[in-house]
Design a protein. Structure first.
Lengths: 136, 136
DNA sequence: TAAAATATGCTATTGGCAATAGCAATAATT
DNA sequence: AATTATTGCTATTGCCAATAGCATATTTTA
């Protein structure tokens, strides 16, 4: 009864992603970050010239949804906004944001390593290229 | 700026799944079904003895979340409940449910075929096994 | 340079999937 | 017979994402 759906790549994608997100979310929650928040921090990294729109474009998060996301990071003291011109601002990590990013990096790195380790060797190197063909 | 995250399997998983779900959802919406509803229909198929709990167990949908889902399928006239004992009921497709399932099958089959076609040949056969190692 | 098109950051709302806590009734186990 | 587990349910919450609309500012082009 099970095996029927598991052969469908779309179904397998959903299930794998759900499992992955549940695990990673739980780990990131320990440092007070959501998945989407962590991905924003990872993307800003050392940069001092990235705008909200830039981040949203790369991560495919709409401007409207960036607002509360960055609002939370701001309220947590992890980022500050620096006016670039009268329309847009750069999103910059505070010292606390940089420290949090280091934690997030450590978590995601060990997470990704464990994830890859679960995949049988002969399939391992094919996963990311196959996935990236589906959206990039 | 982009490529950094795209190398992370967790990130690639999320992005691929989001793209996939957006596409498939749009197709299923044309026949009035959500993804989760379609997966329930696909699983019931011809069976006449599956309970709500059974479906939830296989699909990893909690009982609490099965209630509104089956409620919608019921309201749409696609399923009926047949009492098994005083505690549980079998979920059975109506004629309309069977017809809708046939449509859903056609949609998912061509969808899955197109999805696989997007993946470079050398990676193609590795996707589903790699994904299933992450949750099964 | 003036007018039109585009971009930015935002408010407010909605949708879809999933999780938690708790409950009454029933069925299965010991 | 008493305990434990299961079923179906209510009610609520969380996370990610989408849509529609808006004021302001910038860029393009005519």
């Amino acid at each position: 009864m099970h095996d029927l759906l598991a052969q469908l790549p779309g179904y397998a994608l959903r299930r794998a992603t759900n499992a992955m997100m549940a695990d990673l979310s739980a780990r990131l929650q320990k440092i007070g970050l959501r998945l989407s928040e962590a991905s924003v921090l990872l993307l800003i990294d050392g940069r001092t010239d990235v705008t909200s729109s830039d981040l949203g474009r790369v991560l495919d998060i709409q401007r409207a949804n960036m607002v509360p996301l960055l609002g939370r990071l701001d309220a947590a003291g992890l980022i500050v906004r620096k006016q670039l011109d009268r329309k847009s601002s750069a999103i910059i990590l505070t010292d606390e944001g940089t420290a949090r990013l280091a934690l997030a990096k450590a978590i995601t790195e060990s997470f990704e390593a464990e994830l890859m380790a679960r995949i049988p060797e002969q399939h391992r190197d094919h996963l990311v290229p196959a996935l990236n063909a589906l959206w990039m």
